[in-house]
Design a protein around this ligand. Structure first.
Ligand SMILES: [Zn+2]
Length: 330
């Protein structure tokens, strides 16, 4: 579905569009964001459908507050590119002297995120593969990403209903920095922090939903269903007719375990990998420019393979089945 409201060419790049609904009954504050990356349109379309349902009287807010941001990065959307001047989903924290367009967006969006309890951030991806959700750390009081709402976050991911849920990001990002010989200081780690890390740092929780491939015609449907299931889970709205509350079977839970960088422009994969392709311990994944094989460290899965990664940047992630169990109970 596309409406003039979300005409890419008509997107103003010097303001953010927010839609807010506030029930007179107190309840959770949910924020749904689309278009953090400009070429990812499924979230915007899912949000447009929810707005149309409100306008048609088919959706009624029972309690709490709902804020919808259809296009978080208007400059990137205008260009239909991932980024305006840089990746909005990095270095996500307010700054007194915003250095670029995304820093200015962050200064507007961060306070909006901070006043919500729950964030659903809608994305899509380049390579082939199924929709999946990403959740943060387990409850911990460490310094990297202290957290106390892992149960609620996991429950939300479970109820969104993707076949796969991936846990762990910032710790593997930090491990990648160390591996690269980069300084693993506050500034370097901050670069790995995005919208979800930000809401967690404010006391809330958040799930990143990767709805499918950028052009997958099902991706807007995945985004819409996730919004409606989240509203139902939080007791904020009834489920629409025909949409099941819970997925038919629990998702497979994977834990990011390591990241391997591409080191040379002649480093190449041994085949075209898709995210979540299974690999066995020792199975060749790629070949370095000098002929050295890069093999899977264990039985597991290839995640976010990027054959075109710049030397020194992430080539692929490796994930293992997680022993964590997501608790469905409210
Ligand atoms: Zn994205």
């Amino acid at each position: 579905m596309s409406t003039p409201l979300f005409d890419d060419a008509a997107t103003a790049t010097d303001s953010l569009r927010l839609h807010a609904f506030a029930s007179l009954n107190p309840g959770p504050r949910l924020l749904v964001i689309g278009g953090v990356h400009g070429d990812e349109t499924c979230g915007t379309e899912g949000i447009a459908r929810v707005l149309a349902e409100f306008d048609a009287g088919d959706l009624h807010l029972l309690r709490g507050e709902l804020t919808l941001v259809p296009v978080a990065n208007p400059l990137a959307r205008r260009r239909l590119q991932r980024e305006g001047q840089r990746n909005l989903n990095r270095l996500f924290r307010p700054s007194e002297t915003p250095a670029d367009y995304e820093a200015r967006i962050t200064n507007r969006l961060a306070p909006v995120i901070a006043r919500h309890d729950v964030l659903l951030d809608l994305h899509s991806f380049q390579s082939e593969g199924e929709a999946f959700a990403m959740i943060g750390p387990r409850d911990n009081s460490g310094s990297l990403e202290p957290f106390a709402r892992a149960q609620e976050e996991g429950r939300l991911a479970l109820h969104i209903g993707t076949p796969i849920v991936v846990e762990g990001w910032l710790d593997i990002y930090a491990a990648g920095l160390a591996q690269r010989g980069a300084a693993v200081d506050e500034a370097a780690i901050d670069f790995g922090r995005g919208t979800n890390e930000y809401i967690r740092s404010c006391g809330g929780y958040g799930v990143t939903l990767e709805c499918g491939q950028h052009q997958d015609p099902q991706a807007p449907e995945v985004a819409w269903a996730a919004i409606r299931r989240t509203l139902a889970l939080l007791g904020m709205a009834a489920l629409p007719p025909g949409l099941s509350a819970a997925p038919p079977q629990p998702p497979q839970l994977l834990r990011l375990a390591s990241v391997t960088d591409r080191l040379h422009e002649d480093d190449s994969f041994v085949r075209d990998w898709a995210t979540f392709d299974p690999v066995q311990r020792g199975e060749p994944v790629g070949m370095r420019h000098d002929g050295t094989l890069v093999s899977a460290p264990d039985d597991g899965f290839i995640v976010f393979p990027n054959a075109m990664a710049l030397p020194g940047a992430e080539w692929f992630y490796f994930a293992r089945p997680s022993e964590r169990v997501l608790d469905p109970t409210v």
